[in-house]
Design a protein around this ligand. Structure first.
Ligand SMILES: C[S@@+](CC[C@H](N)C(=O)[O-])C[C@H]1O[C@@H](n2cnc3c(N)ncnc32)[C@H](O)[C@@H]1O
Length: 354
């Protein structure tokens, strides 16, 4: 890239970043929700959302300039111009069930910027930044973004392991969900397999507290339980028909110990299902969008959070298939299968003890 091209790229990045932050502002203040019932002018938005009308006007114009809102035909008085929320933007930012839901992403990105001083310290000292320190923005960002994929896909993912699907469908069956975060995968599994009991484990206390609330809200508290523990010593004696971990293995400081404890917890004939990032087989530069996305999360979040846990392995977000295979072999699994599951962001693996 030439100097001119790099400057253009930095400028475009700054514009996109500021648009992401102002989208986070809109989500945080409920501005998109206020617009969901119909077009509003600045004073209408200010009244409805409880913000100052001058700020409402600037935010509305900025959102229209970046293409997220549709302004009505020109009005002489800028305060009289109304702005509409297009259906696709409403779905993307407000419909938490949609597979296109991205309303939790801007807040996640902001949480990474907010914690930059602590991350910089960690880079200098070699220490870490605990997962909990990233706060609700990160926790809800990750959970909120993954929830629709779990709801829509988890039954199909398990169907890629037909023998395990048969056990879960025939029931009674038990599932252990390691690194379950705010519980959406455990809940989706319980909803997809009514004969199964699911136990979720995560070492983040706030995530586990919210996971329990989510299960209760879904009327599943009797079949979906949670515990705050390190997945390498989950304290959840088996046997389990399925042990799964979604977008979490790369976050664990000792993934081999986690896979070993998963193997020990399996019932005869049970298996482990891993879903983790769909990165390239090998390091490549420049990388594609997925590679850049995952390295972005890795330098700002996953690697510092993992180092706060301990320094056994520190995979980082960019967990390549060969690395997962080597963890599985080291943990004593005889079978490692890359599963033919179509997903935009994740790869899936099946591990069999024998
Ligand atoms: C990226 S989040 C994914 C959460 C959840 N699986 C989801 O998809 O929404 C990774 C999770 O792994 C958890 N985690 C990291 N290391 C862990 C460990 N050693 N034991 C248990 N959980 C761990 C974190 O607390 C976090 O909730």
């Amino acid at each position: 890239m030439t100097a001119e091209e790099i400057t253009e790229r930095m400028l475009a990045g700054a514009v996109t970043t500021m648009e992401t932050i102002s989208t986070a502002l809109g989500v945080h203040l409920g501005l998109y929700r206020a617009l969901a019932d119909g077009p509003l002018d600045a004073r209408g938005l200010a009244d409805k959302a409880g913000i100052h009308s001058r700020y409402a006007r600037e935010w509305l114009e900025q959102q229209a300039a970046c293409g997220l809102l549709t302004p009505a035909a020109d009005a002489a008085d800028p305060y009289a111009r109304t702005f509409a929320l297009p259906d696709d933007v409403r779905e993307t930012l407000l419909d938490t069930d949609s597979l296109y839901y991205a309303g939790a992403l801007p807040g996640l990105v902001v949480s990474l910027a907010e914690i930059l001083p602590q991350v910089a310290d960690a880079y200098t000292t070699g220490g870490g930044v605990p997962y909990a320190a990233y706060g609700a923005g990160a926790r809800h960002g990750i959970g909120g973004l993954n929830r629709p994929a779990f709801r829509a896909g988890i039954a199909d993912w398990v169907a890629a392991l037909p023998d395990i699907e048969a056990r879960l469908t025939g029931g009674p069956a038990r599932v252990l969900d390691l690194g379950c975060g705010t519980g959406w995968s455990s809940i989706a599994l319980a909803e997809a397999f009514p004969a199964a009991g699911v136990h979720g484990v995560d070492m983040d206390e706030a995530s586990i507290a919210e996971a329990a609330e989510h299960a209760a809200e879904h009327g599943l508290a009797d079949r979906v339980t949670f515990a705050c523990a390190d997945a390498s010593e989950p304290g959840a004696p088996g046997p389990y028909d399925l042990v799964c971990t979604f977008e979490a293995l790369h976050d664990m400081a000792d993934p081999v110990a986690v896979l070993r404890s998963a193997r020990d917890a399996l019932a005869p004939g049970g298996a482990v299902l891993i879903g983790d990032e769909k990165v390239a087989e090998d390091f490549t530069a420049p990388g594609d969008l997925l590679e850049r996305l995952n390295y972005g999360f890795s330098v700002l979040h996953c690697l510092p959070a993992t180092r706060a846990e301990g320094t056994a392995v520190e995979a980082g977000t960019v967990l390549r298939p060969g690395t997962v295979r080597s963890y599985a072999e080291e943990a004593g699994y005889a079978g490692f299968t890359s599963l033919p599951i179509d997903h935009d962001l994740w790869r899936f693996y099946r591990l069999d003890p024998a």
